[in-house]
Ligand binder design. Structure first.
Ligand SMILES: [Zn+2]
Length: 286
């Protein structure tokens, strides 16, 4: 009989089999593209890093997959893997937060919505952190805030370029109340110290980047990249429309709209992201 530890490891192996973790459901050979409705051969989409060959729709990729895509093979060393979320408020909505965490952990193979560490991007050492929208919408609770803060602090001490890839449909994680809200200030303060030390912070916004994530670290990059057609904003368009009662402009809260209005620096296709980050690091002399 397997010991408890072995059971956990076995479970992890199953979850991470094929390098895919999404929903834990066996996957078919084909998938439908939400961008153009075409039926796409799954292997072909994967070969293109999760981008539709017909219309360039950028599918969700997990934090683990994002790290594989961005970093040189075998160079990633995870930081703070043992940080576990707590339930200080004994919070419950449709189900107790404690149970929700367990379910999300089992489904995503993550302990919370962020993954951080160090690795190489085309042989340049970097600090990297990724938030994953599959884990309670990628919202920032205490663990996400702490991981990002520690990543910024290590990047400061070790003089490393810092890359944060945001995929967060939720902002602050309401299940942790004020402890979640204060992460915005905490991460931002760590980034300010990093900035004063002369660090280079490249923020990469992916679909979706919203709420308190967009309103804190994701918008603080020295350079801000976004994937094409990502939804980026604070409150959702429906909320804004209901509040200010005017028709929102076409393409509101997309990468393309934000580029036009000077909020981001460049739209970078996923296939170019790694090279573009490496080039930026060189260009900034880091
Ligand atoms: Zn498509």
């Amino acid at each position: 009989m397997a010991t408890e530890t072995e059971t956990v490891l076995l479970h992890d192996t199953v979850l991470n089999g094929n390098g895919r973790t999404k929903r834990g459901v066996p996957e078919g050979l084909w998938k439908r593209c939400p961008g153009c409705q075409a039926t796409i051969f799954r292997k072909e989409a994967e070969r293109r890093l999760g981008v539709c060959p017909e219309c360039e729709y950028h599918w969700y990729v997990s934090a683990q997959e994002r790290v594989r895509q961005l970093l040189d093979d075998g160079t990633f060393e995870e930081w703070d893997a043992d940080l576990m979320p707590a339930d200080p408020l004994n919070f419950a909505d449709k189900k107790p937060y404690r149970d929700r965490l367990k379910d999300e952990q089992a489904r995503t193979g993550l302990r919370d919505a962020a993954l951080s560490g160090t690795g190489m991007i085309r042989a340049r050492r970097v600090a990297v952190a990724v938030t994953d929208s599959a884990f309670i919408m990628g919202s920032m609770g205490s663990v996400v805030g702490e991981k990002l803060t520690r990543a910024a602090e290590r990047a400061t001490r070790q003089s490393l370029p810092l890359i944060i890839v945001s995929g967060s449909g939720g902002g602050a994680r309401m299940h942790e109340g004020i402890l979640s809200l204060m992460q915005m200030a905490k991460v931002s303060a760590a980034l300010a110290r990093y900035h004063r030390s002369g660090g280079l912070f490249i923020s990469v916004l992916t679909n979706p980047t919203m709420g308190g994530v967009a309103a804190s670290f994701a918008s603080l990059g020295d350079v801000i990249f976004a994937e094409p057609k990502a939804l980026i904003g604070f409150a959702g368009p429906r909320t804004i429309k209901a509040t200010i009662r005017i028709e929102l402009p076409k393409g509101f809260q997309t990468s393309e709209f934000l580029l036009e209005h000077g909020f981001i620096d460049r739209i970078v296709r996923r296939c170019d992201l790694k090279s573009e980050i490496a080039r930026t690091i060189d260009y900034c002399g880091k």
